[in-house]
Design a protein around this ligand. Structure first.
Ligand SMILES: N[C@@H](CCC(=O)N[C@@H](CS)C(=O)NCC(=O)O)C(=O)O
Length: 216
């Protein structure tokens, strides 16, 4: 059967796994599952009912972070996780920060303008979007800007899971028509340009833009 990835485009967690698969040149099929009202059969595979969930032949694993760790061990090249203990710890921290705080702020404009407006056909809550962009998001972006120093990538100067997990939610922000203020966050903006222009992200962007321009 090979690799099957359950999860619709637009999810920052599904994107993370797709980028890892692309970086490792692994071929896979995608089941564009939307995580609302999922079947009991899917819950057997992903007990929290969330996306993504990956099947690799007879092996089934939910959760983007668990999937990333599995893929790194099962398909080691190219390496996407730092070798050294401190680098690894730091990369996993950025992955966690990306998956929680950053997803929380970047998906509000995406949900309001793309999902609510385009798919649920309701008016987006622009006041909520403005509040997040002006109050909640800036300290999160400040933190990441401060972590970069003069390095091209977040950990050890090398591209890693940390950069994938931080860049992924920013794609949601861009799909919602927002971007970072390059004068306020120049290092973070440069990191995003570097990471989002990789062939792995580009391969997925085309799918996402086709899908979301149809929905919105
Ligand atoms: N920690 C999980 C988070 C996955 C997640 O929250 N996915 C969202 C879609 S972006 C979902 O399935 N939400 C449905 C739900 O919470 O029931 C991961 O990294 O895979």
């Amino acid at each position: 059967m090979g690799i099957l990835l359950h999860g619709a485009n637009g999810s920052p967690f599904v994107r993370k796994v797709r980028v890892i698969l692309e970086e490792k040149s692994l071929s896979y099929e995608q089941d564009p599952l939307v995580p609302f009202g999922v079947s009991d059969e899917y819950k057997q595979k992903s007990p929290l009912g969330k996306i993504p969930c990956l099947e690799d032949d007879d092996y089934v694993l939910p959760d983007s972070s668990c999937i990333g760790s599995y893929l790194e061990r099962a398909y080691p090249k190219p390496e996407l996780y730092p070798e050294d203990a401190r680098g690894l710890g730091r990369a996993l921290w950025f992955e966690e920060y990306g998956d929680t705080k950053l997803v929380e702020v970047c998906t509000v404009p995406f949900f309001e303008r793309i999902i609510r407006k385009g798919f649920l056909k309701q008016a987006p809550d622009e006041a909520k979007v403005r509040q997040v962009l002006s109050e909640t998001a800036p300290p999160v972006f400040d933190y990441l800007e401060g972590q970069l120093g003069d390095a091209d990538y977040l950990v050890g100067g090398l591209f890693s899971i940390a950069d994938i997990a931080i860049a992924s939610p920013f794609r949601n922000l861009r799909l919602a028509g927002e971007d970072l203020d390059v004068t306020r966050w120049p290092k973070l903006s440069a990191l995003l340009e570097r990471v989002l222009s990789r062939p792995s992200f580009k391969a997925i962007s085309a799918d996402e833009e086709a899908f979301f321009s149809g929905g919105g």
